[in-house]
Design a protein around this ligand. Structure first.
Ligand code: SF4
Length: 118
């Protein structure tokens, strides 16, 4: 008799990254994707059951696009949103709206991770 192994179906974690619209003029996002693909830095705790389902900019000060897109991502089952490292690093423009952007994410019941590749 053949024994068929029971596969445990783990839930896939769906993640997204929000990044600075101003910085996106000069940055194609390679460092964020490298960190995600290699599961380093702020992505290191994910196993292979994770999908990056969105990578979007805030829409410019004051982060006008975030509320709308977070609402949309909820429909696609996003579990975690990362704030890109460029929104928080000293050698990038300081984001004056970061607290309200964070609140928009957490108020939607989505886990927030502060950082991507740094
Ligand atoms: S709101 Fe913050 S993240 Fe968005 S463009 Fe302005 S400084 Fe950048």
């Amino acid at each position: 008799m053949n024994i068929i192994p029971i596969e445990t179906k783990e839930k896939t974690t769906r993640i997204a990254v929000v990044r600075c619209d101003t910085v996106s003029e000069a940055c194609p996002g390679v460092a964020c994707f490298m960190a995600f693909n290699k599961r380093t830095n702020h992505f290191k705790n994910y196993n292979k059951n994770v999908e990056m389902i969105a990578y979007f900019t805030c829409g410019g000060c004051s982060g006008r696009r975030v509320y709308r897109l977070i609402k949309s991502l909820k429909k696609f089952g996003v579990d975690v949103v990362h704030l890109s490292s460029c929104m928080q690093m000293e050698d990038y423009p300081e984001c004056p709206h970061i607290d309200s952007i964070k609140k928009t994410i957490t108020d939607a019941g989505i886990d927030l991770i502060e950082g991507t590749h740094h």
